[in-house]
Design a protein around this ligand. Structure first.
Ligand SMILES: NC(=O)c1ccc[n+]([C@@H]2O[C@H](COP(=O)([O-])OP(=O)(O)OC[C@H]3O[C@@H](n4cnc5c(N)ncnc54)[C@H](O)[C@@H]3O)[C@@H](O)[C@H]2O)c1
Length: 366
């Protein structure tokens, strides 16, 4: 199969759809891989790295779309790319269709086959192509939180690990899912005292089993949250209720209970956030302050570490890319139920119920 990887043109997106290691595997399986010139540079991969493993570098995005049977990328196509998408072309990327009717209509019109990373789902409901980005964001949350606790950037002036003779900082983590556990691991590694809350006892038992004793689990309740926000320096929001807006676990009035310079990193911002005062921010202006509490609410945290994010993403997408390229999308999806759940649009028909519901559309092909 001919597989094309365009350069991401969405604002500030430095990730790329495939690493040289991924190209190596595809070429080994006798596929042709076209990489748009400089597509990997933002992630630290150069044209020569791709050429060395057998990719062909094409100068323009138009040529990549025109020559490829399947496009593998990171973000959804943006308006300039809509006319480039062809009949029957497979597009494998993050789409998040429910958040854009314009994108959905454009892809329906293109007659392409759109397979969305975010809806590829295992039988237990887990989303294998979303997990790595949560892992990145969870670990990054502590790195960012530690930085914003510094006084010159309006934090409390607390070093998370403490020093001999000075107790460590305290980190409160809401949610013991992928984000929460990765954040706990990083915070514990720095020597901070960690309190992690969840409503799922299975998750809390797991955390309790695997983490050191300075990571303490507690059931998530308003009472416990109100108690802990008074004494913790850094608060990480990592809750998720699948398919719904995140619950407001910290309300505006609760900011007054926190000490000045407390830092909140609301990773769940992309689902509306679990703090009432959360508003999405960007890497250019990541924080704002309300009632002396620093808020960090960047909606695409992994975008700041494109090398790590690109490698983590290719690690999980490559097996599916190999399947799609080797068997063709129809056979691959018939044989792999998890991949089949990723199919959102087929040749002008919407086949994913959640998207039709999001727009209040009645017609949907099964
Ligand atoms: N900002 C970013 O760049 C970025 C990147 C990746 C993920 N995210 C977001 O981070 C959030 C968490 O993702 P995840 O992969 O860790 O999800 P997950 O499903 O693995 O974990 C969510 C956890 O929240 C828990 N939870 C639900 N209600 C709760 C409550 N009231 N109190 C405490 N815990 C509660 C669940 O039991 C679950 O353990 C999601 O909204 C995800 O979209 C953001």
């Amino acid at each position: 199969m001919k597989i094309g990887v365009p350069k991401e043109i969405k604002n500030n997106e430095n990730r790329v759809g495939i690493t040289p290691a991924g190209v190596f595997e595809l070429v080994k399986h006798h596929h042709t891989v076209y990489i748009q010139a400089t597509a990997g540079e933002g992630s630290g991969f150069f044209d020569a790295d791709y050429e060395a493993v057998g990719a062909e570098i094409l100068p323009t995005i138009g040529e990549v779309y025109a020559q490829s049977d399947m496009i593998v990328k990171v973000k959804e196509p943006i308006e300039e790319e809509y006319p480039l998408v062809r009949d029957n072309q497979v597009i494998f990327t993050y789409f998040h269709f429910a958040s854009s009717e314009a994108l959905t209509r454009a892809m329906l019109k293109s007659n392409a086959v759109c397979i969305a990373y975010e809806t590829v789902a295992e039988s237990d409901g887990s989303l294998p192509l979303l997990i790595p980005m949560s892992e990145v964001a969870g670990r990054m949350a502590i790195q960012q939180g530690a930085k914003y606790l510094e006084k010159p950037i309006k934090g409390r002036g607390v070093l998370l690990g403490g020093v001999p003779g000075v107790p460590p900082g305290k980190v409160l983590i809401l949610g013991a899912g992928t984000v929460g556990i990765q954040a706990a691991k990083m915070a514990a590694g720095l020597g901070a005292h960690v309190t992690i809350l969840d409503i799922n006892m299975k998750r809390l038992r797991y955390v309790n089993d695997i983490m050191p004793s300075h990571v303490v689990t507690e059931f998530s309740s308003e009472y416990n949250i109100r108690k802990h926000i008074k004494t913790h320096d850094l608060i990480i929001g990592g809750v998720l209720i699948p398919g719904a807006k995140a619950p407001n676990l910290i309300t505006r009035d609760m900011l007054g209970e926190m000490r000045p310079g407390t830092v909140i990193v609301d990773v769940a911002v992309d689902q509306g956030g679990c703090i009432e005062t959360t508003t999405p921010t960007t890497h250019e202006a990541p924080t704002y302050i309300i009632d002396d509490v620093v808020h960090y609410c960047v909606a695409n945290m992994p975008g700041a570490v494109p090398y790590t994010s690109t490698v983590a993403l290719t690690n999980v997408t490559l097996p599916y890319v190999l399947l799609l390229a080797g068997k063709g999308w129809e056979k691959a999806c018939k044989e792999h139920a998890a991949l089949a759940k990723g199919v959102n649009i087929v040749n002008g028909e919407l086949v994913y119920e959640g998207i039709a519901e999001a727009f209040g559309w009645e017609t949907m092909v099964q």
